[in-house]
Design a protein around this ligand. Structure first.
Ligand SMILES: C[S@@+](CC[C@H](N)C(=O)[O-])C[C@H]1O[C@@H](n2cnc3c(N)ncnc32)[C@H](O)[C@@H]1O
Length: 266
């Protein structure tokens, strides 16, 4: 892809973002399609996030939701897919560089992901510029906070998770653990924070033994969909909807993914 075709020049991004944030974005959320298979996987993923947020919004009868996102990374695409359901959001990440990236990167980076949102929630007439402006407003309203899933509690005491109608966590517990026990411990730290009557949206790689970060293979705990669903049931969650990836060769991870929305009953 010629550099002149990029809305945001590579060198401009390199100055703004740390090496880690940039590598992650380029591999999983590139500004422009760099591989047809990866771009198609992202399109299905964006629709899965949109469906999950719609299911939660329907449950709350259209009421705008306050959302706490666990380890947003440098990626605003999941929030973009949920943006019109959310009235305010608290973003977070373990790494300071990702937290700075979330605040500072040009919002236009995400413009090619807007057309993936075919429903644009209940407002199909909304223009791409309006959706990006909404995303920019949401990400700028609060400074992202630090989070560590290996610590109890994971968030600083200033964050009150029970005040949020929706807690979300995309590809985190599965990305930072190597076995089922640690995965469920990290997931449990977050599900414990969901108040009775509140909702949870999560995604995770399933049947996955490794994922790439640049040239390095990262371990994955090889979790099954059933393990996640059974765990949530044991924690009094009712699944509202669940989407599965199409599985293609040539992706930067093995196996597939699921995205689900769930409601905590008590
Ligand atoms: C695979 S990325 C997912 C990022 C983003 N949610 C997404 O869907 O693109 C995993 C994230 O976990 C974060 N992370 C690493 N160690 C962590 C820890 N101990 N506690 C919480 N998050 C951590 C990383 O900074 C990174 O943003």
């Amino acid at each position: 892809m010629a550099a002149k075709n990029l809305a945001i020049a590579d060198n401009e991004l390199s100055e703004l973002l740390s090496h880690y944030s940039l590598i992650y974005l380029k591999q999983y959320w590139p500004e422009l399609p760099d591989s047809p298979v990866g771009w198609a996987d992202n399109a299905v993923l964006m629709l899965a996030y949109q469906e999950a947020a719609l299911a939660v919004q329907r449950h709350f009868k259209g009421r705008p939701l306050r959302m706490l996102d666990v380890s947003t990374g440098p990626a605003l695409a999941p929030l973009l897919a949920m943006a019109t359901c959310v009235s305010e959001v608290q973003l977070s990440d373990y790494y300071g560089d990702n937290r700075r990236c979330l605040q500072n990167m040009p919002i236009e980076y995400w413009k090619n992901y807007v057309p993936m949102l075919i429903k644009i929630f209940n407002h199909p007439e909304k223009k791409a510029t309006e959706i990006l402006a909404l995303l920019d407003k949401l990400r700028s309203a609060r400074v992202p906070v630090e989070v560590d899933l290996f610590r109890d509690p994971p968030f600083p005491v200033s964050v009150k998770p029970h005040e949020y109608e929706l807690i979300s966590m995309q590809f985190v517990a599965d990305a930072i653990t190597e076995n089922e026990k640690d995965f469920l411990r990290c997931l449990g730290r977050i599900t414990d924070m969901v108040a009775p009557g509140s909702a949870f949206i999560m995604s995770a790689a399933v049947d996955c033994s490794s994922w790439q970060l640049g040239q390095f293979a990262q371990p994955s705990p090889n979790i099954s969909e059933k393990t996640i669903v059974d765990f949530l049931a044991s924690q009094n969650f009712e699944i509202l909807n669940l989407s599965r990836s199409m599985r293609h060769a040539g992706l930067a991870y093995s196996g597939g993914w699921i995205v689900l929305s769930a409601l905590r009953s008590k």
